[in-house]
Design a protein around this ligand. Sequence first.
Ligand code: SF4
Length: 466
Amino acid sequence: MIEIINDTGKYEYEIHSLTKAFYPEEEIKVLCGSGQGDDEAALVYVFWDGTRREISVQMTDRDELKRTLYLRLCDMTGKTLPWGTLTGIRPVRLAARRLNAGKDRAEAIDSMKKDYYVNDDKAELAVDIALRERQILSRLEKDSCSLYINIPFCPTTCLYCSFTSNRVGKDRGAVKDYLLALYREMEAVAPLLKSRTIDTVYIGGGTPTTLEPSELEELFCRIMACFDLCKLKEFTVEAGRPDTVTREKLRVMKKFGVSRISVNPQTMNEDTLKLIGRRHTAPDVVSAFRQAREEGFDNINMDLILGLPGETVKDAEYTFSKVLELDPDNLTVHSLAVKRASALRTLIDEKGYPPYEDTAEMMEKAIQRCRESGLFPYYLYRQKNMLGNLENTGFAKEGKFGIYNILINEEVCDIVALGAGAVSKRVDEDGTCSRSANFKMLDQYIANADEMGLRKEKLFRSKWFT
Ligand code: SF4
């Protein structure tokens, strides 16, 4: 535990998150000091062993405070952070802002380095992604929207899972009740979307391919009946767990125009797969991927997680080799995020897995392997509690970029989200993003599906019908 006595009188969140990035395994408490918020103020760090260290920070504004605090923390720990002072989840936005203000690539990179102490690689990554996103988004119609549908069921719960996902057992009654409720919500929302252009549909979860082929077929029929998809540019279904993928399901998806799927290994190391509770093997991944190719899917994403418990850089390299042998069109590389409430947190606390100092090296190698394989970075986001304060990055071959991934991360277009736990987003001209969330728990959602439809009407009506 580290207690920080904060004499700045403000910036509690910034002080907490930046310190946490340097001391990821420590609990950090920021306590109010007696200062009045002058331009220069003191922070007293009281460490777990009782030692105290007083540092002074400039606080003319938030960025200046973070810069001076960052330099002091570098001195104290002997570490630097790849993303410098940035602790927020969307560094690409900051790069995009610089480009939109007229800076060229080199100037935007310089500015990211100077303003946030981001290292060379990350500054280039953020700016290049911002440039690519701009190009991809320019192909979308103005005022179009996206549709997200959540299927919150999985075969088992992964160790690191932080979603509300329900295990599908033999009793499929819950799935059937859920789908009926989802159809009620779709019907309630359909009139609202009548005159809208839908660019992308994304069916996520959970694992949508836990649905039986007949259930998938009915879901697609209902979507087609409720919404006009004639201008659709991308139709994604997450088939994340390879053990849920069958030829029959792939054929149903193909028949209804699904253009992009995800088959997610996370790792190709058998011991880790067992440890994280995925219930599938590495050969299952290969088999699901090959079947999807044989059924004509030419845009397949694979998700990987770096820093899984017990994995070394060598293990990660083995996974890259096995996955890249399959020649996926998209590769999404995540850094493990250890959520406080996850089973993984408990396991780490009990077994004392070492902190994953190697994750940064794994990420560097992943970026290099993707480059060599003709996969370009096109979206990036960060989460709280990510190992090494790193990032999640989506890579894709030219022409295979996942549009929805950019839209959801950068909040640049309206998203109508259906199903339990789904969050709709309305984005106004000035960039303001307003949200409306559905009930997360299955029983609450099922009992209130029609009302979830009305919530969306409330969110979008004043934008779409005035
Ligand atoms: S597949 Fe995804 S949603 Fe399902 S349990 Fe694993 S992490 Fe959670």
